[in-house]
Design a protein around this ligand. Structure first.
Ligand SMILES: *Cc1c(COP(=O)(O)O)cnc(C)c1O
Length: 390
């Protein structure tokens, strides 16, 4: 028995402890669509915290597709996919996602969190071992725990470290973020794919932050490394980030997808997302794939930011993606920075434990193709003014 969970009477005490440790989280009320010019708690702020990397969340064609979809399909899907909620709109989106990713099949899930739970628990079980990068997204870690397999975490992006751990046991799966959500760096996918093949294991790549941004036409981190779809590599992608809508999908072989339809509980026992949403995603997928200028613009903004930050002597990580963390160390310092930026009219989220490890609190700065160069310059000016004490 463990004593991590507060007894009913202690909730207030535990909440107060979080506040004292600068770990209390508050939701901010947004009053505008996702775009760099945000309105937060009634106040205009220039935002650098959205995952809407390509600037599609508020695109007129995507909005129009959602509206047309609602006229054609109504709002609710009415049931799970296996009952009667699987519409022609969902089906067409799955076919478009398969074609986009180059895999034989794709399967829609309601969220990326649910996709990861569903895939891992469908493919691994008691007696298996699942290996995961230490910095994997919570949903990959939770999926392994739900599966009842043994979960072993290897040092971040360390394929040699993984290789040492793999010696011995029965490996069922290696799971990794393609682009790490809080660091912006890439997993060593070619080495992980080689190790997975040698071990006869699945490689599950969660490309929530790589799709749309990296690779040809935004095909993601596997494509970035020149890795082609194969029988044992599973791609999980989300639709609420670069694609600007909502939901997720898993791409893989015919047999894998049929297995998930039979076995993935987070697929089977939940209502299908609204068909109109699938229509909106088909529109945004087309834009994401065709409009290379969005990726080019993003790379230009990232380069501008990194060059400017370098001039100011800011300590950046070696991320080449729109996720550009600025390490603060303590939660208190990260919060202080975030508040100072907000006073200057800029919104950047402070990321604290347990989302990142103790002592690794940070600002998580993200860029969008919708930012202007002048926005980046304004951010740099504000960062240069941050207090450098403690
Ligand atoms: C956002 C995210 C998810 C979860 O996707 P949702 O669709 O938001 O549930 C999974 N993995 C990673 C790496 C993510 O960043």
């Amino acid at each position: 028995m463990h004593h991590d969970q507060p007894p009913i009477k202690d909730l207030r005490t535990r909440l107060d402890q979080l506040k004292a440790a600068h770990l209390y989280r508050r939701r901010r009320v947004q009053d505008a669509p996702q775009q760099p010019r945000a309105i937060v708690d009634g106040r205009p702020l220039l935002s650098f915290c959205s995952n809407d990397y390509l600037g599609l969340a508020n695109h007129p064609e995507v909005i129009a597709a959602l509206q047309r979809g609602a006229e054609r399909w109504g709002v609710g899907s009415g049931a799970a996919h296996l009952v009667n909620g699987h519409s022609a709109a969902h089906h067409a989106l799955e076919e478009a996602l398969a074609e986009f990713t180059g895999y034989p099949r794709a399967l829609l899930f309601s969220t990326g969190y649910m996709a990861n739970l569903g895939v891992i628990a469908a493919l691994a079980g008691r007696g298996d071992t699942v290996f995961e990068d230490r910095l994997n997204h919570a949903s990959l870690l939770d999926g392994a725990q739900l599966s009842r397999a043994t979960l072993r975490r290897y040092p971040h992006a360390d394929s040699a470290g993984l290789d040492r751990l793999l010696k011995g046991g029965q490996t069922r799966m290696i799971a990794t973020d393609g682009v790490f959500s809080m660091d912006g760096d890439l997993a060593p996918l070619p080495a992980l794919a080689r190790l997975a093949h040698q071990a006869g294991a699945w490689l599950l790549v969660d490309d929530a932050h790589g799709l749309g941004v990296l690779g040809h036409g935004g095909r993601g981190s596997l494509d970035h490394f020149g890795l082609n779809p194969d029988e044992t590599t599973i791609l999980m992608g989300t639709l609420g980030k670069s694609f600007g809508t909502f939901g997720a999908f898993v791409a893989g072989s015919e047999d894998l997808i049929e297995t998930l339809i039979q076995r993935a509980r987070s697929y089977i026992y939940t209502t299908a997302t609204p068909p109109a949403l699938a229509e909106a995603t088909r529109a945004s997928l087309r834009l994401a794939e065709r409009e290379d200028w969005r990726r080019e613009r993003l790379q230009m903004l990232i380069a501008r930011f990194r060059q400017g930050a370098d001039q100011f002597g800011l300590q950046l990580t070696d991320s080449l993606t729109p996720i550009q963390p600025l390490l603060a160390g303590s939660a208190e310092r990260a919060i202080g920075w975030s508040q100072a930026l907000e006073a200057a009219g800029i919104l950047v989220g402070a990321i604290r434990p347990p989302t990142v490890s103790e002592g690794a609190a940070r600002l998580r700065i993200t860029f969008s193709a919708a930012h202007a160069e002048a926005d980046v310059d304004r951010l740099l000016d504000a960062l240069a003014e941050l207090p450098t004490d403690h």
